[in-house]
Ligand binder design. Structure first.
Ligand SMILES: O=P(O)(O)OC[C@H]1O[C@H](OP(=O)(O)OP(=O)(O)O)[C@H](O)[C@@H]1O
Ligand SMILES: O=c1cc[nH]c(=O)[nH]1
Ligand SMILES: [Mg+2]
Length: 219
């Protein structure tokens, strides 16, 4: 399994991350969602370099040009809620892609909020058989949501390869993907790998609850 962590390279992504992590700056939901979207666009661009390409003849008003275009069929999957602005960023780049949506939400099962169970209730997807599947979700914490979303999608075909795209990953989540995804066909892309999870299974330092920062608190 390959992992690309963009924080290891100096790029504008690190500026967006500093704004999203800053507890005084991150409360502007419009800016927060916009930064998630921009990181989605930049990750999508990097993923585009890994696709297979084919030559296509294009007629211009003045002649013909040979252009190398992606041959792979891409499906962009995301997980509600926090995945939505991230997915928008990917779709800005892969505008011809198919789109899949999964609802997976974490719920505490005990009073001390240390045990988390994950529920999948909704799946809308095109056929993913033989396609390049990108699952975009900004937070890879325990990895449970990503695994269940992937398993739900697998009921609709077997992808050629899988890109797990996130903004912040925890080592626990990466280990979980390593155990549950096909090793030779999976790549993880993230803007940072943080040290770990707290007792409530939040990424530390992370940036808090990504869904709430995008859309407000839920009851
Ligand atoms: O790796 P995990 O431990 O499964 O955690 C990651 C999940 O947590 C967040 O969703 P959450 O369930 O908080 O829902 P929300 O996006 O609606 O806030 C995030 O968007 C991921 O889907
Ligand atoms: O740190 C975390 C972990 C899961 N989901 C979030 O939104 N944040
Ligand atoms: Mg979620």
């Amino acid at each position: 399994m390959k992992i690309t962590d963009f924080s290891r390279t100096n790029s504008i992504i690190n500026q967006y991350m500093s704004e999203m992590r800053d507890k005084d700056y991150q409360h502007n939901r419009l800016l927060f969602r916009n930064n998630i979207m921009r990181i989605g666009e930049l990750e999508a661009y990097e993923i585009s370099k890994t696709l297979s390409y084919e030559e296509r003849e294009v007629r211009t008003p003045l002649g013909t040009a040979m252009v190398s275009v992606p041959a792979d069929k891409v499906v962009l999957a995301t997980i509600f809620r926090a995945g939505l602005p991230f997915h928008s960023g990917f779709l800005n780049i892969f505008d011809h892609a198919g789109n899949a949506f999964v609802s997976a939400y974490r719920e505490y099962t005990d009073r001390s909020h240390t045990d988390v169970s994950i529920h999948v209730e909704y799946l809308a997807t095109p056929d993913i058989d033989g396609k390049t599947l990108i699952i975009a979700d900004p937070m890879l914490a325990t990895g449970g949501s990503m695994e269940l979303a992937y398993k739900a999608l697998l009921t609709k075909g077997t992808p050629k390869n899988v890109h797990v795209a996130c903004v912040i990953a925890a080592p626990e989540g990466i280990d979980h993907i390593r155990k549950t995804f096909p090793d030779d066909r999976t790549t993880i892309w993230c803007a940072a790998i943080d040290p770990g999870l707290n007792e409530h299974k939040y990424i530390v330092p992370g940036f808090g609850d990504a869904g709430d920062l995008c859309y407000g608190e839920k009851i």
